[in-house]
Design a protein around this ligand. Sequence first.
Ligand SMILES: C/C(NCc1cnc(C)nc1N)=C(/S)[C@H](O)COP(=O)(O)OP(=O)(O)O
Ligand SMILES: [Mg+2]
Length: 560
Amino acid sequence: MTTTVGSYLATRFSQVGIENHFVVAGDYNLSLLDKLQEHPELEEVNCCNELNCSFAAEGYARSKGVAAVVVTFNVGAFSAFNGIGSSYAENLPVILVVGSPNTNESIDHNLIHHTIGTHNLDYEFEMAKKITCAAVQIKHAQDAPRLIDYAIRKCLTRKKPCYIEIPTNMATQACPAPGPLEGLLYQLPSEPNTLSKAVDAAAKLIESRSKPTMLAGSRLKSAGAEESFLTLAETLGCAVAVMPAAKSLFPEDHPQYVGVYWGNVSTKKADAILQWSDLTICAGCVFTDYSTAGWTSPQPAAHRLEADSDEVKFSGHYYGHIKLADFLDALTKKVKKNDKSLIEYRRLRPPPPLVEAADPSAPLTRQEMTRQIQGLFNSNTTFFAETGDSWFNGIQMDLPRGAKFEAEMQWGHIGWSIPACFGYSVGAPDRQIVTMVGDGSFQVTVQEVAQMVRLKKPILIFLINNYGYTIEVEIHDGPYNDIKNWNYAALIEAFNADDGHGKGYQVKTGAELAEAIEKSKTNNKGPTLIEIQIHRDDCTTELVTWGQYVALANDRPPIS
Ligand SMILES: C/C(NCc1cnc(C)nc1N)=C(/S)[C@H](O)COP(=O)(O)OP(=O)(O)O
Ligand SMILES: [Mg+2]
């Protein structure tokens, strides 16, 4: 049985759950795009540029679990590398496929277009190896099955991006047909002896401590361990916090939920109870300068048990090759209830903030804006918070059970949210998507709002126009944080052209915002962009605090 290299790839895309692949055409990938088009269960989604294309795929992977982006050599791939870096940093399985020059070019010793103009055509492949978990070049059709399966298998196992380079004269070449999908999906299970030793030692440690707590990290999602974490938490009965990038991975209406642990910008006094605790079971947590607010949320190493995607470590112990869900499930069978930290938290818990509605005719403030947006959330909402004060606004929001929070806190590329929420909506057409993005970020990737118009995606975008890079202002101000103002709402008319249904509103008061939100509820044939104009310095207090500590961390003198 034979097929072609392009059809082999299309079959594997469909088999692993991809229904839409994100593309920007280029002469090196056109015959490959034709082969992908031929597959009855695959539909291409076009993006305005390869940066947005790779972010759209990253967003699709957040809703569908895996994604593919297809671009052309060098001029396409180099832009896409940014979204691939994000996929790596955010633990998302994105398959980057690049159409590359004809295999004869090197043999003929030709200089060709879309290169840096040398005879070496392998530098892109070398670069890709640094930001993916697997990179392959299909130079012979007979190798295609092995290489494609290898790259996709690694991508799905590690939840990291992979790179597949397919020369323009290779996509239509005959190759063996795909074997059973099981061969591609096969993954090594947890090593049983290591698992049982890790669980015994962990259970003993927990037993030896008087006031344990739990902390959910972003890798809970990529490890598929959210349910296991919830079951362990309910068995222990302790206080449970989440890291900022893990918001919504533990239900916020749960009686054990104590808020977002983000150093001295934590919410609901989560930091107090975790500092009070003598052992925190950290699951899927990534501690960085940003996620610890400039290293201001230290817990003594002896107070942390860290369980990650495939390893567990705590003072004096390390166990590898055990899957997070397996570890949490086995630990649940061993631990006894200990709710001391939850009882103590009920003494520390601050009263919920009372946010009064502002005078509807007064100039809009950040607080009135977030009060109105909070009222929109329901169990079907996915809320995207862009890098910027949107992070801090988002972290303060309360999410009903079922609502999801998406942020790109590890990579932190401004502009990510627009293509990412577009890609996410392609993968999850029934979710209500609300995106909060700053003016600086919006200027980076705004073109993808046009694709939301094209595909009639009813995404609601709150564009916070505070006339510059406010995060940077709070970290370290200077003229470089000022940006040119646009008439953002007017862009929608440009994107609509003669067949679009996008809506754009510019609001300056609470009444105008409320009216625009009401109108958005009836616009289900395209995006609604609400440009909110607030004072440049009207930001969260958390941003001011966080900015100072991050600036201190950045400014540490070189260690001599
Ligand atoms: C410039 C930069 N970060 C540096 C940066 C620069 N370039 C890329 C691609 N990513 C980055 N994070 C950041 S956070 C701006 O404050 C974002 O401005 P904006 O979107 O307007 O949000 P705020 O006003 O709330 O800060
Ligand atoms: Mg701004």
